[in-house]
Design a protein around this ligand. Structure first.
Ligand SMILES: Cc1cc2nc3c(=O)[nH]c(=O)nc-3n(C[C@H](O)[C@H](O)[C@H](O)COP(=O)(O)OP(=O)(O)OC[C@H]3O[C@@H](n4cnc5c(N)ncnc54)[C@H](O)[C@@H]3O)c2cc1C
Length: 421
């Protein structure tokens, strides 16, 4: 079936009180959608997604509305805003298609090293890239200032020049995007076109509140047998696994949502679970540990166009605010919120849209620390699955991360100089 006319996607209010499936996929996001589509080739699959459909408001996810959609603070926003314990603004997906529905849309393969370390079959991984690229990946046209950024990076010594490639490699390269030639976004939800409609059912606004476990024989490890989920009216439904030996519950609820759900289901550190009245299924102290994030730091390239300039400055200032917070421990998060609100109040949707639709004369170069060494943790605030847990990333705690960040900033500042010339 083709987007947006999937016959197998329904509101969870229409779900039966009890159902049985070979696979239950919790979280229909970037990972969940393609996984469910693949599994439906040979098995009966249920996908439970807490957000709504990305297709219900056409154009909302197109490039022109990127900022509006990302900064939307409403309760049904695709991008649920939260502030980390470090004081940095961040976003969690809450929509079918997950992060690909509002992210920056940059597409890249994984590093070859990463695939090896993960123990994945390289041939299968390469097939999977092709499978994804056939549906949702496009070659972007290069704008004039982007060509100058490329040359600036080469002059700053970011070598070799790799030309156009999807490989994740050292040097300067031109990559792909999930925006097509008409600036229309494609997302992981489009990959459900690969699903077998007879074998899959997707429920929207279905928030999984708990994974159910049983102990098969005395002394054995608990086994997941089903999940409880809540629909938009607050009604509870239960989905169980069938008796097939291959049956599985797959938790693909994102880095934060997956840890949160495990803890709510009793898998996590006893010291966190018991005070909240959660019955411990396995005392597993590692759940919620090792949380890491690549901070967004960048420089902006001013544009001679006043509207573009004001938008770029605003985004630039927001980045600076996050940068200061992450580096100094100061909590300037309210300034970011204020800047976003101000931006949205003075500029209407059409203006912001036209800003992104026009051939820009300016932009932003972002710098990220790859594979940060600094890690933090996640702690539940309550037993409410809708409430984002406390998350601390301890940005720059490891001196090497700070060194890499400073080096990256120096590089993009040299590149910017070239663009200005
Ligand atoms: C602003 C921003 C820009 C980014 N830009 C890029 C980029 O350009 N390129 C890139 O490769 N990556 C980018 N990323 C990162 C990328 O989007 C994420 O790494 C990726 O989407 C994570 O995929 P996932 O499947 O793990 O989780 P998600 O895509 O977040 O999917 C998790 C899903 O689970 C659902 N869920 C959570 N809890 C429950 C529950 N209890 N019950 C039911 N459903 C639940 C959520 O609603 C969500 O849809 C960006 C991220 C952000 C925030």
């Amino acid at each position: 079936e083709t987007v947006p006319n999937y016959s197998f996607v329904h509101e969870s209010t229409t779900a039966p009180p009890v159902s049985y499936h070979d696979y239950i996929v919790v979280g229909g996001g970037t990972a969940g959608c393609p996984l469910a589509a693949t599994l439906s080739e040979t098995a009966n699959v249920l996908v439970l997604e807490r957000g709504g459909s990305p297709y219900r408001k056409p154009g909302k996810t197109d490039k022109g509305n990127f900022l509006l959609t990302l900064l939307d603070p409403s309760p049904d926003s695709y991008a649920q805003i939260f502030i980390t314990e470090d004081g940095v603004y961040n976003h969690r997906a809450r929509v079918l298609g997950g992060g690909t529905v509002f992210n920056a849309g940059f597409y890249s393969h994984a590093e070859t090293e990463f695939v090896k370390e993960s123990g994945l079959d390289e041939a299968l991984v390469n097939d999977a890239y092709q499978w994804v690229e056939n549906k949702v990946v496009f070659k972007a046209p290069l704008l004039q200032w982007q060509t100058a950024v490329r040359d600036g990076l080469l002059e700053a010594g970011v070598l070799p020049y790799n030309g156009f490639t999807n490989e994740h490699i050292n040097g300067t390269k031109i990559g792909s995007t999930i925006f097509d030639m008409n600036d229309h976004r494609h997302s992981a939800a489009d990959l459900l076109e690969y699903a077998d409609p007879k074998n899959i059912i997707v429920y929207l606004h279905a928030t999984v509140t708990k994974i159910l476990f049983t102990t098969q024989t005395v002394g054995s490890r608990p086994r997941a047998i089903g999940v409880i989920y809540e629909d938009a009216m607050g009604e509870k439904h239960t989905a169980y696994l069938t008796n097939d030996s291959k049956s599985e519950i797959i938790v693909s609820a994102g880095a934060i949502g997956s840890s949160q759900l495990l803890m709510l289901s009793g898998i996590g550190p006893r010291s966190q679970l018991e005070p909240l009245g959660i019955k411990v299924v396995i005392d597993q102290p590692m759940v919620g540990r090792g949380m890491a994030d690549n901070t967004l730091n960048g420089v902006f390239i001013p544009s001679p166009n006043p509207v573009e300039l004001s938008l770029l400055s605003t985004v630039g200032i927001s980045l600076l605010v996050n940068y200061i917070e992450a580096g100094s421990g100061l909590n300037l998060a309210p300034s970011f919120g204020w800047i976003s609100k101000f931006l949205l109040s003075i500029l209407d949707q059409t203006t912001i849209g036209s800003f992104f639709d026009t051939r820009l004369n300016g932009g932003i170069i972002l710098q990220k620390v790859a594979r940060p060494l600094s890690t933090g943790h996640l702690k539940l605030r309550s037993t409410d699955p809708n409430e984002t847990p406390k998350v601390r990333f301890n940005y720059f705690q490891e001196p090497e991360d700070l060194r890499n960040c400073v080096q990256g900033m120096k590089t993009i500042i040299v590149a910017r100089k070239r663009v200005k010339e």
